[in-house]
Ligand binder design. Structure first.
Ligand SMILES: [Zn+2]
Length: 102
């Protein structure tokens, strides 16, 4: 299954908010943010990542963290695709429960 653009956007925002990543909600297109990835254990004062809220996409140029929300959960947890969907409360393309992940 693939997430819809709306789901990709919503889940990315959820991750950003859980991780305390500062971003500009109203900005369409790509914007620079500080990466929350484990490769930035001391913080990322010179923002290394770019996000696109509309597309639900994340790309860090300082570590390998990149992709949509499912990719980010997979990379952070080591879960496979299906495991990440379960963690995110997604079943057959529907969000079936309030996510308890991250
Ligand atoms: Zn990074």
């Amino acid at each position: 299954m693939r997430l819809t653009d709306e789901q990709r956007s919503r889940f990315l925002i959820r991750i950003l908010e859980e991780k305390g990543v500062g971003y500009r909600p109203g900005q369409l297109g790509w914007q620079k943010v500080s990466c929350y990835g484990m490769g930035h254990a001391r913080g990322d004062l010179n923002p290394s990542a770019s996000i696109n809220i509309g597309k639900g996409s994340y790309k860090c140029f300082g570590c390998d963290l990149a992709g949509d929300a499912v990719d980010l959960v997979m990379q952070e947890t080591g879960l496979d695709f299906q495991g990440a969907l379960v963690r995110m409360g997604i079943e057959k393309g529907q969000v079936v429960e309030e996510p308890t992940w991250l």
